[in-house]
Write a protein that binds this ligand. Structure first.
Ligand code: ZN
Length: 469
């Protein structure tokens, strides 16, 4: 028997909970951190890595990614591990596909999923009844999901059905996240305000706050100030915002027009016609960047190569740089009177969509002294771990899970991603396999039957629940 499985030597450790930033070693045994001290004895250790002063943080937890069949899922696991992410919440399902992909293409990460509520797919119409919503929620909990995702911005429900879904999720103790927008409003400031209204006092994870504040209703900084004020007044809303300028939507055109309303608006924003011809021009010029799989990851291409891919495949993902800088900056840094962050976590909306930029963009904020390193750890690990009820993650301390990210600050990238004491990625190479699927007691059996390792959480431990009670 080894005393320790692993020692990470000579790292520069930063922790939010214990408020330290110091050079130290970390000893790991059976998936847990067992000691943090300088010069831990190397006798009787299975593996040792000298980190030569590189930055060591609790494993990055990304509370908004996509790992489904239709959003780059099988590439997403690798992309997350290479971006230093140890735990992620898939924000749309379908759970079945997310779990199949997680088993086949997993690289050892912790993943949770929530099921989309989409007319024609998981519910019959845009106005599902309480009975139908209750049945759906019960079913998805038994199938390993943490709850539901309302895709308002893309596939809206009526306001009444949206309100009902949030209320029933609370009653059934299911996680509920919402991309704002209903049949009455869009994915903008008005949709955001409507979402707050519809949530009433119920728990709600309101997704990617920055995406509603692109300046389409009022100047974007005015929109940001309104949103921050409203969030401060509504503690039942748990939120995240991402830092990439890029969005992610579909390039599919039907009868000469982009099928997605989001895509049409993006073309107009860039000065292009909202037509198939406009799309071609936008790809050629680089305003529209087409998502293409290469060497196991999604990358963005434009110009003639982009047009060729789009013509070949039709329904390809596409990204536009439509997120202005000011809302991204303000939402990442804004605090309330008690010095708490108004938006608790930094996310990416990445995974299979190539914008997993927590490390480079987070370090930008640190370098301009907009966040301290400890605050970056709080917003990218401690808080999002608690969003998901993972009380034993997000902290560098003996007894906590050995989920660890090592960052090369000069290269601005992750060099090591470790999950429960096992390497998932080292120096760009993927070394992990399988997936730990975060689920509730109701879904554990199903998760096992899918060939995945269940990590069981309690809904009432999630920040989404706690913030509302
Ligand atoms: Zn998303």
């Amino acid at each position: 028997m080894y005393t320790y499985d692993f020692i990470l030597k000579n790292g520069f450790l930063v922790d939010y909970k214990n408020a330290f930033a110091k050079y130290s070693d970390i000893a790991i045994k059976a998936g847990k951190i067992v000691e943090i001290a300088s010069n831990i004895s190397l006798q009787n250790v299975r593996d040792v890595l000298d980190l030569e002063g590189q930055l060591v943080v609790p494993g990055i937890v990304d509370p908004h990614v996509h790992l489904s069949t239709w959003l780059g899922g099988r590439t997403g696991h690798r992309m997350l591990a290479r971006a230093g992410v140890t735990t992620a919440l898939d924000m749309s399902g379908p759970g079945e596909g997310v779990m199949d992909i997680a088993r086949e293409y997993g690289v050892g990460l912790n993943v949770a999923t929530i099921e989309f509520v989409r007319p024609g797919y998981t519910v019959e119409s845009e106005n599902p009844s309480a009975t139908e919503l209750t049945a759906l929620i019960k079913k998805v909990l038994n199938h390993g999901s943490l709850g539901i995702k309302l895709l308002g911005g893309h596939y809206p429900l009526t306001p009444e059905a949206t309100r009902l879904a949030i209320e029933i999720a609370a009653k059934e103790e299911a996680y509920v996240a919402f991309h704002a927008g209903t049949k009455a409003t869009g994915s903008n400031l008005n949709g955001f305000l409507e979402a707050i209204e519809l949530a009433s006092n119920n728990p709600l994870h309101l997704a990617h706050i920055n995406a509603y504040l692109r300046g389409t209703i009022k100047p974007c900084l005015e929109e940001v100030n309104i949103a921050l004020q409203v969030l401060k007044e509504h503690p039942n809303i748990t939120s995240e915002a991402y830092l990439s300028p890029l969005n992610g939507t579909s390039a599919l055109c039907e009868a000469g027009l982009p099928a997605s309303m989001v895509t049409r608006r993006c073309l107009v924003t860039g000065g292009y016609e909202a037509t198939e011809a406009g799309m071609e021009q936008a790809i050629l010029s680089g305003w529209a960047k087409v998502q293409v799989e290469r060497a196991g990851e999604m990358i963005l291409v434009c110009g003639e190569e982009g047009v060729r891919k789009w013509r070949e495949e039709g329904d390809v993902g596409v990204s536009f740089a439509v997120n202005p800088a000011e809302p991204r900056y303000c939402l990442a840094t804004a605090k309330d009177d008690k010095n708490n962050f108004v938006v608790g976590s930094i996310s990416t909306d990445g995974g299979g969509i190539p914008r997993n930029v927590i490390i480079p963009m987070g370090l930008n904020l640190v370098e301009m002294q907009a966040l301290t390193l400890q605050e970056l750890v709080q917003k990218t690990s401690y808080n999002p771990a608690r969003m998901l009820g993972l009380e034993n993650k997000g902290v560098l301390e003996a007894g906590y899970d050995a989920d660890i990210t090592v960052i090369n600050r000069e290269q601005r990238q992750a060099v090591l991603t470790m999950v429960q004491g096992k390497l998932s990625m080292y120096k760009g190479y993927i070394c992990g396999s399988g997936t730990n699927l975060i689920t509730t007691a109701a879904g554990a059996e199903y998760v096992r039957s899918k060939g995945l390792n269940p990590v069981i959480i309690n809904y009432t431990d999630t920040m989404v629940y706690k913030n509302a009670h």
